[in-house]
Design a protein around this ligand. Structure first.
Ligand code: AMP
Ligand code: MG
Length: 506
């Protein structure tokens, strides 16, 4: 069965610029219709931003579109080809369970890929079924929307449809299709794919396309492709610094899961830190901790090196010269990451100006947090003073209502000494301490998508009850708000014997 086509009721406004690339980069393929599509979550606000008819799409019938049974008018569905280093090993991949419907041009003239994830087999499915389970698709919906609310570049989630069909993994699970919205789906792995084909014109075409789509400012640079690579690296430096500042662990930073747009992409076994521990790994398949929390900047650099290798022939005619340029750009990436990280951590501590010793101040706190397994989110929130306490002028930020997961740390003499230093430092700037605390409350989240709340919501959803998902999504969309309603989302994780484990979203 193939999907039928709608009239343009929903106001999709598709363009298809990706089809101008050489045919090697994609294969036309339609979604496979599902048995009983039911809309379980829909992102009204995002639909509006995209210029879609949110009211019409919120109705039950749109499940036919988001489930892949009906193609919106103007859609030209394709699966994209790519490759990737998975846990360090090169493989040819491609959209094995994703189909791009088209590029939505918004009323503001922006371009976003509208992609179905889990729509059935494609020529790149290998041994997979092309399908996705409800839990992982809801997980992507929840966490991507949480990241967006935290101001972190990310793909977004427009809808999740339950398919009414089972998917067979270790267990039998309810199937689902996620509608993902992305600035594009061009990955480091897309460049690796072009490079592996051994045809320089493919790299050239992809680089030129990506530059026009995302990095127009580099086209007229003296060395355009080098400028492009530097700009890609700079966006990654900013992105990874943001992840580190909120305690986000991507979990599977393979090169096929790094987007050239600079958006966080491919939410699989990702999760936020509870207790601060730099060695944290949540993913059950990451046995050697390759993608542990603290490794993320290094892995980003490793992935960028794979990207640079594909671009070397475009950097310079002489290979040695090209390598030297790439190496320098990677050194610049490391320095830029450090700068963005420190500048973000300063803000988390309410510091607007710069002092030489700020880096030590930050690392001293982090090492105390690590030692006492302090809750990452709640520690910074407690330092910021809670909303219910009036902003304290002289309390070292420590007398605000205790927040779960911070008691052990805050009771120590070492911490009291650190807090004294910090508070003195807060006062050495032109803004008042009260203002500094207010600023801190605007950037240190009170609510993140906490692991135990995500699990609770997904479990209920698997049993047909979507209410916990809806409540959680509403809570993470307002991360800086402390209210009686969101109290349960601000609690640290309950003590548990087993470390938290996540599974790949397949
Ligand atoms: P991911 O781990 O989601 O980044 O996926 C890695 C690769 O495996 C990509 O090429 C996916 O398209 C493919 N893949 C993952 N799950 C499936 C599935 N159920 N069926 C077919 N291909 C899949
Ligand atoms: Mg992937």
């Amino acid at each position: 069965m193939t999907p039928s086509q709608t009239q343009n009721l929903y106001r999709f406004n598709f363009d298809t610029s990706y089809l101008n690339l050489p045919g090697a980069f994609y294969t036309p393929v339609s979604p496979t219709p599902v048995a009983l599509p039911q809309l379980v979550v829909f992102n009204r606000e995002l639909a509006n931003d995209l210029g879609l008819d949110a009211d019409l799409l919120a109705t039950a019938e749109s499940a036919l579109v988001f489930g892949g049974n009906v193609l919106p008018e103007g859609a030209t569905p394709i699966a994209q080809a790519y490759a990737g280093h998975q846990f360090g090993h090169f493989t040819m991949l491609g959209d094995g369970r994703a189909i791009l419907l088209g590029e939505q041009i918004t009323p503001n003239g922006e371009r976003y890929d509208i992609q179905l994830k889990g729509p059935g087999k494609t020529p790149y499915s290998r041994r997979g079924d092309g399908r996705a389970a409800l839990g992982p698709m809801l997980r992507e919906y929840i966490i991507s929307e949480a990241m967006f609310a935290l101001g972190i570049p990310t793909t977004r989630s427009l809808a999740v449809v339950a398919t009414g069909e089972p998917v067979y993994r270790e267990n039998v699970l309810p199937g689902a299709v996620l509608t993902r919205v992305a600035a594009s789906h061009i990955r480091v792995g897309t460049f690796e794919y072009a490079s592996a084909k051994g045809d320089i014109s493919l790299i050239q075409a992809l680089a030129d396309y990506t530059m026009r789509r995302h990095y127009g400012e580099t086209i007229n640079a003296e060395n355009p492709h080098l400028a492009f690579f530097q700009a890609v690296a700079e966006r990654q430096a900013q992105l990874i610094a943001k992840w580190m500042q909120v305690g986000f662990i991507h979990g599977v930073m393979n090169t096929d899961n790094m987007a050239l747009s600079g958006e966080t992409i491919d939410y699989g076994p990702c999760a936020f830190l509870d207790a601060y521990d730099t060695a944290t790994v949540f993913s059950s398949i990451d046995q050697h901790g390759r993608y542990a929390f603290a490794n993320q900047p290094r892995i980003a650099s490793w992935n960028l090196a794979r990207l640079a290798e594909t671009l070397l022939p475009l950097f310079a005619d002489d290979e040695q010269a090209a390598i030297a340029l790439a190496q320098q750009a990677l050194v610049d990436f490391g320095e830029s990451f450090n700068r963005h990280w420190l500048s973000g951590m300063r803000k988390k501590l309410g510091l607007q100006n710069e002092e030489e010793a700020d880096s030590e101040l930050v690392t001293a706190l982090l090492s105390l947090m690590q030692q006492h397994q302090a809750d990452y989110t709640n520690t910074f929130r407690r330092l910021s003073g809670s909303a219910s306490a009036s902003a304290p002028a002289e309390n070292h930020g420590t007398t605000a209502n205790a927040l779960p997961g911070t008691e052990t740390l805050f009771a120590t003499a070492e911490f009291t000494a650190w807090a004294g230093n910090w508070w003195a430092r807060v006062k050495r700037q032109s803004i008042s301490p009260t203002e500094a605390l207010t600023n801190m409350r605007a950037i240190n989240p009170a609510v993140i998508a906490r692991n135990h709340k995500v699990e609770e919501a997904l479990k209920a959803a698997d049993n047909g009850d979507m209410s916990a998902v809806h409540h959680l999504v509403a809570a993470v969309k307002q991360p800086y708000v402390e209210s009686a309603e969101n109290k349960e989302y601000r609690e640290a994780a309950p003590q548990s014997a087993e470390p938290y484990r996540t599974f790949c979203g397949t």
